[in-house]
Design a protein around this ligand. Structure first.
Ligand code: PHE
Length: 495
């Protein structure tokens, strides 16, 4: 046997659930409300919807078409397009893997908060509790040598859960888990939003979403923010859609699928933000804290502001609190497994290692890297990783999208992709899509990327610069090594 056994989705539903699960993540829950608020509120929906159609759906289609046409892993696909491009694939996969190592840690913090939320154990000062009692943030960098036991254990649990899912056969693992977790996640969000609308002051919050600041539309940064949110939220460029689409059976309606996935993801974040804003509106009215001080993003929103809100909410918080953190857990887990699948697929296809062994090796290495974030200096290092790789300005993530656009738009025979997409789909793509991928998308991503590089360089202190330098070296050296290692799979080099 020279090939590993090919996986295939046993139903379109499993594929769709896995795709939506991969896209719906922490970004939808705690990134979107802040981006929406800081970029004009209601009027932000215009650049957001334009970005969704023009850039988001367009790029998802590239990943779908490529994955479906080649039916191979990213590394082998890029090797097939041009054998010099294999390191680019390993670069993208390494970025994805490193993102996963800290994403798991944040999901681990959330796991801790699920337990804390039953008794509101964070007390009267959730801010201090988060830094001192949960993260045990050290005052100096030698905190890196002291493990924080609770974070370490929860990070281990999340890696273990991810391993349990991805080591299984595609349909038994990712397919089944997505089909269970995603509907549950939707039910929880509906409950939270419905409840939030009954809170006194809710309207103070949700009207912010519908109150437009039209002047924001002439601000280029607002458009870039919309685009950045779409890239992050739809998990573009991370080889996820490509991997999942490569497991689709013949005859699948690719364009129809992509449109449903993209709409579901955006629908989720817009709907969810009605709940978040209503809850923050309630907090403004009941505590007098200004609304703009409450609309933070990331861990500050989930682990500091929300616990403060739950403190003010009375007995209902004993139900809504755990539900909120469970919601983050479910959204996080379905994204983690998606991030890992593409990485495992490339390794297992090149080195002919069976699924279970690859999953085990990847999860063990991942867990060791995540352990760095479970130390006293962990949360600070995590922040630097995040700024460099994904969250703040999509630094490495954007580079991945840019490279894929150039490779598939310019190096590969683009018209073949149009043919693949249109073969069975009800909705067809044509010349406009080609123009978007070849010209518009690279220009927009280039603009965002330059903005990101600039802000990263200007804001980095010496410690962050040191970590970023190490990351840069790793991101250059490791992909070259992986590309140079000879494939065990004899078919790997058959293009
Ligand atoms: N789109 C998912 C989210 O919003 C997954 C993701 C993870 C995207 C990590 C980027 C980085 O959380």
């Amino acid at each position: 046997m020279t090939e590993t056994k090919k996986s295939e989705w046993n139903s379109n539903l499993a594929f769709m659930m896995a795709m939506i699960g991969s896209a719906v993540g922490l970004g939808n829950i705690w990134r979107f409300p802040n981006v929406l608020y800081s970029n004009g509120g209601g009027s932000f929906m215009i650049p957001y919807i334009v970005s969704l159609f023009l850039l988001g759906i367009s790029f998802v289609l590239v990943e779908y078409a490529v994955g479906f046409r080649f039916k191979k892993s990213l590394a082998r696909i890029l090797y097939s397009v041009n054998n010099k491009l294999e390191p680019v694939a390993w670069f993208i996969l390494l970025v994805v893997f490193l993102i996963t190592t800290y994403y798991v840690c944040v999901v681990g913090w959330d796991l801790i908060y699920i337990f804390l939320s039953f008794t509101k154990a964070w007390g009267a000062n959730p801010d201090l509790y988060f830094t001192n009692n949960v993260l045990h943030v050290a005052n100096s960098w030698d905190g890196v040598f002291s493990i924080v036991p609770n974070v370490f254990v929860s990070v281990f649990i999340i890696w273990f859960l991810a391993w349990l899912i991805i080591k299984r056969d595609l349909n038994d693992g990712i397919g089944k888990v997505s089909k269970i977790l995603l509907p549950l996640l939707c039910i929880i969000v509906v409950v939270i939003v419905a409840f939030s609308l009954t809170l006194p002051g809710a309207s103070v919050g949700y009207t912010q979403i519908f109150t437009p600041d039209w002047s924001a539309l002439t601000n280029l940064n607002v458009w870039l923010a919309a685009f950045g949110q779409i890239v992050f939220s739809l998990s573009l460029g991370m080889a996820i859609a490509m991997t999942y689409a490569s497991y689709l059976p013949e005859g699948s309606k690719l364009v129809d699928n992509a449109v449903i996935v993209a709409f579901s993801n955006s629908g989720f974040e817009v709907f969810n933000s009605i709940g978040i804003f209503s809850i923050l509106g309630f907090m403004t009215v009941s505590s007098g804290i200004a609304f703009n001080e409450l609309v933070t993003s990331g861990s500050g929103l989930a682990f500091v502001v929300f616990p403060q809100v739950f403190n003010t909410m009375g007995p209902a918080a004993n139900i809504i609190g755990p539900l909120f953190f469970i919601c983050i857990l479910f959204a996080g887990i379905t994204s983690v497994i998606a991030l890992l699948e593409g990485v495992c697929y490339s390794i297992s296809e090149k080195f002919l290692i069976e699924r279970k062994k690859t999953a085990t090796a990847v999860c063990i290495v991942g867990f060791f890297i995540s352990s760095i974030f479970a130390t006293g200096a962990g949360s600070i290092i995590l922040g630097v990783f995040d700024a460099y790789l994904a969250y703040l300005n999509n630094f490495s993530l954007l580079l991945a999208v840019l490279m894929e656009c150039i490779i598939f738009g310019w190096v590969y025979k683009f018209d073949d992709l149009i043919e693949t997409l249109n073969e069975n789909s009800t909705i067809k793509v044509g010349k406009t899509w080609k123009v978007v991928i070849k010209y518009i998308l690279p220009i927009c991503i280039g603009g965002l990327w330059i903005q990101g590089v600039f802000s990263t360089i200007t804001t980095a202190d010496s410690f962050s610069s040191a970590i970023m330098t190490i990351l840069t070296v790793v991101l250059i050296v490791v992909p070259i090594i992986f590309a140079k290692l000879p494939a065990i799979n004899k078919d790997y080099y058959n293009v």
